[in-house]
Design a protein around this ligand. Structure first.
Ligand code: AMP
Length: 620
């Protein structure tokens, strides 16, 4: 199978091109590359602004977009227009967010579906993909500015526990930022590569990667053989990190100064000052034995390292329990771990380092900057994929994405391009109409968001699905791509067992030049493709909302007052009127209005049945 390197501006095959590695983090992001002279990975520090770019996007009143440190300053002054932690939303539905919905200071749209979440900023609606793309664009621009060369290709890292949909969302964000995403790799894999572990194909190792960042914690156990990293187990807490250590210090100072927590919450200046001082204290205590400062000469901020360690001991113990659990899931003992790698700024805390080293019975690797290590490893992976490391054999990969058509003519990718073969992947779908007994499965190849721009490989009907309400059938679609490049697509309805399959050869009749053209088109059309996808998704959400609310009125109208019914009908009509407007913001605004107005009813009467009916992606 072909591996294609293209220069996006000329369309020609390009050899000497910088491919960057990107760590797209929850709190901070970084971009790194391999220095052409010493061949070592290095994080890019554009104009001395530092290597770390806070993953924060701010929308100004004038409609400008700001990313990074500057945007971070608006977190307290203008939270509704300042988006942080967008990575937590990538590839997720509102329902997925569960109890964490209140964590965010900006507005997330509750459309009560399993569709991907949207964020409302003023009258504009953004997907987490667009917001992540803003961060990636900033990183790309910094890299281009600093390296004085166009940057078109990247390897981007994701947590080992990211599912298919989160990985795809990350790829899409890259594409939207004008980057050809050569590969999505796991953060622990990147960290390992940065320490040189797993680069040589002869190496056989089992390693643990302990990652304690600003707001997330995860531990991954990886097995490495013949250059392949396999995730044996992951564990952690996506809402635990350095911020929690800061909070311990803040609470301690509140007690010591006999302050009242409620007054502090109301005093933005004071709470912000306390947060900043606490973080400063924590960082200082990583090397000093004690920290002393004050706020406005009034509040004394003093803490010793012993006290700090006593305060955070329960948090550290929790992370060690996660390590125990991960090892037990991997059916391993600490002695069987060959190396432990520290990732994330919070691993600089000596108590954390010592606890981890003690648990695994060996000193953890921490010689590289724990904030940069993931990006550095991504840069190494990029270099390997560029074919710059002659000692490393590249495995066969599939050059174009394989997927199927979903509602509205959208491409749902199942096997992403550049996946090593053989490989298999699958996804579950459901029906969109009550009593639907057939489902058309159309298989496509290509990078575009709309199937009509991609190459159709096959189509078949899964017949004989027993009549059920929309959303009830469970249809597994599996793609199996063997070493000879033959793709088997099978569809099975799990409740009845009806099954159908087809075999195709995706590379048949496809030249390298055509593959290159398809890749180029996907990048040059990324913006309009994503825009089209979002309009279709908004319309689909709107149509489903209309259907659900109308059904609801039919069945439960008697539980509502006359006014409630008539307002609902007006809002439904308003939504219907804008469905074909082609403007996603207008549609989503109408969805949001209807949702806000009707959600109390849904909670009152029918939450459960709506949820059941909306479950799962739908195929027309
Ligand atoms: P990350 O998400 O990996 O960038 O981690 C950032 C977290 O690391 C924040 O909570 C920082 O406060 C924390 N951090 C950075 N430097 C230090 C340090 N010297 N000691 C303790 N924590 C630190």
């Amino acid at each position: 199978m072909a591996k294609v390197a293209i220069n996006l501006s000329t369309g020609s095959i390009q050899q000497e091109e910088v491919i960057v590695g990107i760590d797209l983090g929850t709190t901070n992001s970084l971009v790194a590359y391999i220095h052409p002279e010493d061949k070592k990975p290095i994080a890019i520090n554009d104009q001395g602004r530092g290597t770390i770019v806070p993953s924060v996007v701010h929308f100004t009143q004038q409609g400008e977009t700001i990313v990074g440190n500057e945007a971070k300053e608006y977190l307290t002054t203008d939270p509704a227009n300042t988006i942080y932690s967008v990575k937590r939303l990538l590839g997720k539905s509102y329902q997925d967010l569960g109890e964490h919905r209140d964590y965010f200071g900006y507005k997330i749209i509750d459309d009560n579906t399993e569709g991907l979440v949207k964020i409302r900023v003023g009258d504009r609606f953004y997907s987490p993909i667009e917001l992540s793309a803003e961060i990636l664009k900033e990183l790309r621009e910094r890299a281009e500015h600093s390296l004085k060369t166009p940057v078109n290709r990247a390897v981007i890292t994701v947590p080992a526990y990211f599912n298919d949909s989160q990985r795809q969302a990350t790829r899409d964000a890259g594409k939207l930022a004008g980057l050809e995403v050569l590969r999505i790799i796991n953060e622990p894999t990147a960290a390992s590569l940065a320490y040189g572990i797993g680069i040589s194909p002869e190496e056989e190792k089992t390693i643990a990667v302990y990652d304690l960042g600003g707001g997330t914690f995860d531990i991954s156990i990886l097995s490495i053989h013949q250059g392949i990293f396999e995730v044996l187990a992951t564990n952690g807490d996506t809402y635990l990190g350095g911020d929690d250590l800061d909070r311990e210090i803040i609470n301690y100072w509140i007690k010591e100064n006999e302050l009242v927590a409620d007054t502090i919450n109301q005093d933005k200046h004071l709470s912000q000052e306390l947060r900043l001082k606490a973080e400063e204290a924590k960082k200082a205590l990583s090397s000093a034995a004690e920290y002393t400062s004050d706020i406005d000469g009034k509040i004394r901020c003093h803490i010793t390292r012993d006290k700090f360690e006593e305060l955070i001991q329960p948090i550290v113990a929790r992370t060690i329990r996660s390590c125990e659990q991960a090892l037990s899931d991997a059916k391993l003992t600490p002695e069987q771990i060959d190396a432990v790698i520290m990732v994330g700024g919070s691993t600089r805390v000596p108590l954390v380092y010592n606890a981890v080293s003690e648990f695994f019975g060996k000193p953890a690797n921490n010689s590289l900057n724990p904030d940069e290590v993931v990006a550095l490893g991504a840069a190494i992976q990029a270099d390997i994929l560029a074919g710059n490391r002659k000692d490393i054999l590249l495995l066969d990969v599939t050059p174009l994405t394989l997927g199927i058509e979903t509602m509205g003519g959208l491409m749902d990718s199942i096997i992403p391009r550049n996946s090593k073969i053989p490989t298999k992947a699958g996804r579950q779908y459901t029906t969109s109409v009550d009593g639907q007994v057939n489902m058309k499965i159309s298989v496509y190849q290509g990078e575009r968001d709309l199937v009509k721009e991609n190459r159709k490989l096959a189509e078949f009907d899964l017949k004989g699905i027993p009549a059920m309400p929309a959303g009830f059938p469970k249809v597994d679609v599996n793609f199996i791509l063997n070493a000879d490049g033959i793709l088997k697509v099978e569809a099975i309805e799990l409740r009845s067992g009806v099954r159908q399959e087809v075999e195709v050869k995706p590379q048949y009749g496809l030249t390298d030049a055509q593959v290159e053209q398809m890749l180029m088109d996907s990048i040059t059309h990324a913006r309009e493709d994503v825009a089209a996808r979002m309009v279709i998704e908004a319309r689909t959400t709107g149509e489903q909302m209309v259907y659900q609310v109308e059904q609801f009125l039919k069945k439960n109208g008697q539980h509502l007052t006359e006014d409630e019914v008539s307002l609902t009908q007006t809002n439904v009509q308003n939504l219907k009127n804008v469905l074909t407007s082609g403007d996603k913001d207008t549609i989503l605004k109408a969805v949001d209005t209807l949702e806000e107005q009707t959600s109390p009813f849904a909670e009152r009467v029918m939450q459960i049945s709506i949820k059941q009916a909306m479950a799962g992606k739908k195929i027309e």
